[in-house]
Design a protein around this ligand. Structure first.
Ligand code: SAM
Ligand code: SF4
Length: 378
């Protein structure tokens, strides 16, 4: 297994550098980008920032989706995400459930309707069922989770009962040896069993996240399409993003969403799923024969920043307005200092207001964020 892992890692590190295609997509991205640098903060609320109403940024994007990373720890070590040796945050630096609940409640009062728990691996944090129950009591329309599913099967029913609405399960290969090589721990059979357990518990629709890596699993596009068609699960093909802890990302390793589309469409014609006002990152397609659906998340080659409505809460309590910038708006120490809710609200508003129009991955001066995916929350 470790030989597979070493081979996959080495292949990842030595990918040829080339510019991935950037074909047109249906979602308009009319915004230019700026290089990402931390915003200067002189302590005053920015001029023109609304202090009432929804969480809106300077470009009119209303933010209603909060991704909460409840831990930076994980029981796997996916090659595109983590290194074998990771340094995790001391537990006392993580937000407590009470602190998380409070921030989520204030966000809800400001118009956040959807929550997603992520990590690291959210199911390695003890008491996660209790946390879902607390969040559920706040009244969100949607409480989802992204998980590697290695611990999901016995928790699926309790999580559903506590108020979890649906799960996205990460699974990058349908071949056991390759799954092991990419994820370095865990096994495919457990994850496939967990998918069944999730469906049996009513956590639906079930989405399956596949990070495609050139030369490693890009020959499984049609296998995953067959899987989607056979099971009714929505397989989402995700482009490799410059957020891997080893820092081995390069453009030669990206499998562009448009290429995935072409491969699939040649075998089973695809039809776009019409979604007026779409804000989800995935471009959705159904197979024209009516059997199955897939999604393309082309973050790098076809950015969807123009419709981004997401903000993120890191495990150690900072708000980030973009995966790819280093701007962070710290909340934990403020919350621990005994502040009132309006101070938390102001931090949330400032974080959203400071958001740049788009990520700068395709700009010459792009610098990777200092924190990798598992430390931010995907
Ligand atoms: N541990 C959980 C899991 O793997 O589903 C949740 C956290 S994980 C960081 C969230 C999602 O980010 C997963 O679907 C994972 O495959 C994806 N991901 C991690 N690193 C990535 C990268 N460098 N590029 C693209 N997707 C990545
Ligand atoms: Fe863990 Fe998820 Fe990162 Fe894989 S992608 S190492 S499962 S946090």
């Amino acid at each position: 297994m470790s030989d597979h892992g070493a081979a996959a890692r080495s292949a990842l590190a030595h990918g040829a550098i080339g510019v991935a295609g950037s074909p047109a997509r249906s979602t308009p991205v009319a915004l230019s980008v700026k290089a990402h640098h931390a915003n200067a903060d002189d302590g005053r609320p920015p001029a023109h920032m609304p202090t009432t109403g929804a969480l809106v940024d300077q470009y009119g994007r209303v933010h209603s989706d909060l991704r909460i990373s409840i831990t930076d720890r994980c029981n796997l070590r996916c090659i595109y995400c983590m290194e074998e040796d990771m340094t995790f945050q001391p537990r006392e630096q993580l937000l407590s459930f009470e602190e998380l609940e409070r921030i989520a409640r204030i966000a809800h009062e400001l118009g956040v309707t959807a929550i997603r728990l992520t990590g690291g691996e959210p199911l390695v944090r003890r008491g996660v069922v209790d946390l879902i129950a607390r969040l559920s009591a706040i009244g969100f329309a949607d409480i989802a989770m992204t998980t590697n599913a290695t611990r999901l099967a016995p928790l699926a029913a309790p999580l559903k009962a506590a108020g979890l609405t649906r799960v996205n399960i990460s699974c990058d290969s349908l071949r056991a040896d390759r799954f092991a090589a990419i994820r370095r721990r865990g096994d495919l059979a457990t994850v496939l069993d967990a998918m069944e357990a999730a469906e049996a518990a009513g956590l639906a629709p079930l989405k399956v996240n596949v990070v495609l890596l050139r030369g490693i699993n890009d020959d499984e596009i049609l296998d995953f399409a067959r899987f989607a068609r056979a099971t009714g699960r929505i397989v989402r093909f995700i482009e490799f993003m410059p957020l891997d802890a080893p820092g081995e990302w390069n453009r030669g390793r990206i499998v562009p969403g448009r290429e995935v589309y072409d491969v699939l469409n040649a075998s089973w014609p695809l039809e776009a799923v019409d979604e007026p006002g779409r804000v989800a990152p995935a471009e959705r397609y159904r197979f024209a024969d009516g059997i199955g659906e897939i999604g393309l998340i082309s973050t790098v080659t076809e950015p969807f920043c123009g419709t981004c409505n997401r903000l993120r809460l890191t495990p150690d309590g900072s708000i980030r307005n973009c995966l790819f910038g280093d701007d962070e708006h710290a909340l934990r120490d403020l919350v621990r200092s005994g502040c009132d809710d309006t101070e938390v609200e102001l931090v949330l508003r400032r974080a959203v207001w400071a958001k740049y129009p788009g990520h700068a991955i395709n700009e010459p001066g792009f610098l990777r964020p200092h924190r990798s995916m598992s430390m931010i929350g995907g």
